[in-house]
Design a protein around this ligand. Structure first.
Ligand code: NOJ
Length: 558
């Protein structure tokens, strides 16, 4: 990383292709749809797009189960379409980051098909055992499946159609490096690496501690950040990225990772990754798992961000996100998606984007898309949600309405409803029947209605993204949390010498007074960005924030 590395001032936009734009009317988004909407990204001002998987796949987990690393699924288009997307994006100054899913393949990948033969040289490319250990799958049930052909069990941390690759095998690693170079040579600008900190497992695959009420152990601590993770990543860097570091972006998805581990993973001198997606902040409102929902504890959220901001201030780099294809919509989760939808969507954006790191915007977040309505389990498509329902209701006998309520709040399908482009049929996403029902609120929440409205959520995101490009304080200013114990106000500064930015945000539907002490030296500072149409042009001495109001003010010039 050099001081002028492009992704320090850029914002990345995540596209979930099956829900973004459908060019051929089959109800599933595709690459030509993405190409047709690139100007939306230009209008927003992002520097890169991250494309969730478009490789051939049986789609058991919507493409995170890959059966061929060297092609495009016909559902999404062709390699020629992909090359055109690269050209069109690059022509607009937008880089393209591919999703790299190499902790596991599909069970229909030829490697796994071969591996099922106990005599095959590929046998060792997956984890086969005569008897399973007690690990549970992240998609409910055991993490092992018995295979008749082999007479043994194979490990799958996700669905049974996603067998885990054995990275201990050097031939496998070489094959993955080769594939990555092939995409880079084609012109892609980096990788978002799916659960990359799961690739090193303790080879003995020891049993995990049993979790309450299940037969399966919680093995996350055993398979995350395993013994050879850093070796594998450094080898990947040597084999794939060396010499191309300055132009690429590598971001690892790393559940269960501490700040100390993140420093190791992202310190540029160690040559592993540029940044990671940590999970501490998105797990703050859950108990034993994501379905065990707790109210947001703002104080804990602030403390978490503070820890990450400080922990990676002198080494490594943060990624900043509220949303992606695995999370419910942030405005429904921690904002107010009824009375104060626009205000709270803008406030959440302000708070996130004013931290140090690279922000990620998930499609639809920039227009304040919300969670959707699910009437029954039949309305869900996501394998994790459906498996959880079956397991909880059928096996554990939990009340269906309680389980459904958890799914309504937390299901990944909330983030996967079609992008809301305009107020025409299916929100302008498709002329066919969308694979997942469009959120009915598209008639008033859509991109067309916001693009030219200077007071829109979209305009607010555009302004934040532009501020990051032009204001070095956003990139590098020192982060200081103010009012750490205030239950409603999120306040912090970003400073460098005499210059600084102050962020004040009211995470509540009541008006609140900001304690004067928090603002010494700031009254009179001019407004940089506010989320009410009549935000005061300068900061008053006694500030009262209206419901979900946020302001950013500036001190010093130059
Ligand atoms: C993380 C991805 O973001 C998620 O969508 C997927 O289900 C799992 N990894 C398995 O690939």
């Amino acid at each position: 990383m050099t001081a002028d590395t492009w992704w320090r001032t850029a914002t990345v936009y995540q596209i979930y292709p099956r829900s973004f734009a459908d060019s051929d009317g089959d109800g599933v988004g595709d690459l030509r749809g993405v190409i047709s909407r690139l100007d939306h990204l230009v209008a927003l001002g992002v520097g890169a797009l991250w494309l969730s998987p478009v490789y051939p796949s049986p789609q058991d987990d919507n493409g995170y189960d890959i059966s061929d690393y060297y092609d495009i699924d016909p559902m999404f288009g062709t390699l020629a379409d992909f090359d055109e997307l690269l050209r069109e994006a690059h022509a607009r100054g937008i880089r393209v980051v591919m999703d790299l899913v190499v902790n596991h393949t599909s069970d229909e990948h030829p490697w796994f098909v071969e591996s099922r033969d106990p005599g095959s040289p590929k046998r060792d490319w997956y984890w086969w055992r005569p008897l399973p250990n007690n690990w549970g799958s992240r998609f409910s049930g055991p993490a092992w499946e018995f295979d008749d052909r082999s007479g043994e069990y194979y490990l799958h941390i996700f669905s049974r159609k996603q067998p885990d690759l054995n990275w201990e095998n050097a031939d496998l690693r070489q094959e993955i490096h080769r594939m990555m170079r092939w995409w880079l040579d084609r012109g892609v600008d980096g990788f978002r690496m799916d659960v990359i900190n799961f690739i090193s497992k303790p080879v003995g695959l020891p049993d995990a501690h049993l979790t309450d009420g299940t037969r399966y152990g919680d093995a996350e601590a055993l398979y995350t950040n395993g013994p050879r993770l850093h070796d594998f990543l450094q080898e990947m860097h040597r084999e794939v990225f060396a010499g191309r570091e300055a132009v690429l972006l590598t971001v690892g998805e790393t559940p269960g990772t501490s700040v100390d581990q993140a420093r190791l993973l992202t310190d540029p001198s160690r040559r592993e990754l540029d940044m990671i997606f940590q999970f501490d902040h998105v797990e703050i409102d859950q108990g034993r798992d994501k379905w065990d929902i707790r109210p947001l504890d703002l104080v804990a959220l602030k403390r978490t961000f503070e820890r990450w901001q400080h922990g990676l201030s002198d080494a490594g780099w943060n990624s900043l996100y509220w949303n992606n294809h695995d999370q419910p919509r942030i405005v429904s989760r921690w904002g107010d998606d009824t009375t104060y939808r626009e205000e709270s969507a803008k406030l959440l954006a302000t708070v996130l984007h004013l931290h140090r790191g690279t922000p990620y915007v998930f499609q639809g977040e920039e227009i304040g898309m919300t969670n959707t309505r699910f009437r029954s389990i039949d309305d869900f498509a996501d394998i994790q949600s459906r498996n959880y329902y079956t397991d909880a209701v059928t096996r554990r006998g939990e009340p269906a309405d309680v389980v459904l309520d958890a799914l309504r709040a937390r299901s990944r399908d909330n983030g996967r409803t079609p992008m809301q482009w305009d107020d025409t049929e299916n929100a302008g996403f498709s002329t066919g029947t969308p694979w997942l029902a469009t959120n009915p609120n598209f008639v008033h929440i859509n991109a067309a209605a916001q693009l030219h409205d200077p007071a829109s959520v979209f305009a607010h995101y555009r302004a934040l993204i532009a501020l990051r490009r032009t204001e070095p304080l956003v990139t590098d200013g020192v982060f200081t949390l103010l009012l750490p114990d205030d239950p409603a106000i999120y306040a912090f500064t970003r400073t460098h010498a005499e210059r600084g930015l102050l962020v004040l945000a009211n995470f509540s539907s009541d008006a609140v007074a900001v304690p004067d002490g928090a603002m010494a030296g700031w009254p009179g500072s001019p407004l940089v960005i506010g989320n009410y149409p009549d935000s005061p042009p300068t900061l008053h001495r006694s500030v009262r924030l209206r419901p979900w109001e946020s302001v950013v003010v500036r001190r010093g010039t130059g």
